[in-house]
Design a binder for this molecule. Sequence first.
Ligand SMILES: C[S@@+](CC[C@H](N)C(=O)[O-])C[C@H]1O[C@@H](n2cnc3c(N)ncnc32)[C@H](O)[C@@H]1O
Length: 228
Amino acid sequence: MTYFDLMAKEWDSVPRRIERARAVAKAIKTSIHLSPSMKAFEYGCGTGLLSFELQPYLGHITLADSSLGMLAVLEEKIKSRGIQNMAPLRLDLSIDPLPQERYHLLYTLMTLHHIPDTDRVLRGFYTLLASQGYLCIADLDKEDGSFHGAGFDGHNGFDRDELGDRLTRLGFRNTRFTTCYQMTKEVETGVKTFPLFLMIAEKDIGQSSISNQQSATKNRKSKHAETN
Ligand SMILES: C[S@@+](CC[C@H](N)C(=O)[O-])C[C@H]1O[C@@H](n2cnc3c(N)ncnc32)[C@H](O)[C@@H]1O
């Protein structure tokens, strides 16, 4: 049993987790026009707090997590609320093969910092998006390690510029950051506030890019003809 399996049943009893999910949902809705034609994917969904906030505005949501305990609680919540457009999926993108389905919107909240090999997971996010799609990452800004305390083997938050550069190198465009929530938490030295960023990036390899590629090929061909 993992830490998250053990935490699953009590996860929703901490009010700041619910408040945090609502704040992130609000920030996503403010920045992206959501519609019932959109297929979405949440990675590291836990008990689905964020997706339950977004579900009325989306066509379908696949909710992925590596913790069977979290997924069991999620499944129960979906059933008891009679929701038809949410489907849980056990998945760890750092080791499992990518699902075949592609999505218009992919979001993740407070999960990336738990994953040692973020490169593989970020590459997976890019592939999982349709030719035009949005990636939303909400996570901790770089911090001194006090959020989790000693012995934590994940990331102590993320530097915004560094994360933005990595996504640009992967092919994402128009990467932008906002502060979407301030999380207050009791740590070893007392009560501390940790800012959370929401990063939105776009994948766009649609018509415009393809026609750009085609004209670039044409240009190369005519240049080649000139030099021959
Ligand atoms: C801090 S919790 C956040 C849960 C939820 N997003 C929320 O805000 O309430 C992190 C979640 O990421 C999941 N997780 C951790 N590592 C993962 C991995 N490699 N692949 C998929 N999920 C993972 C955990 O099981 C847990 O549900």
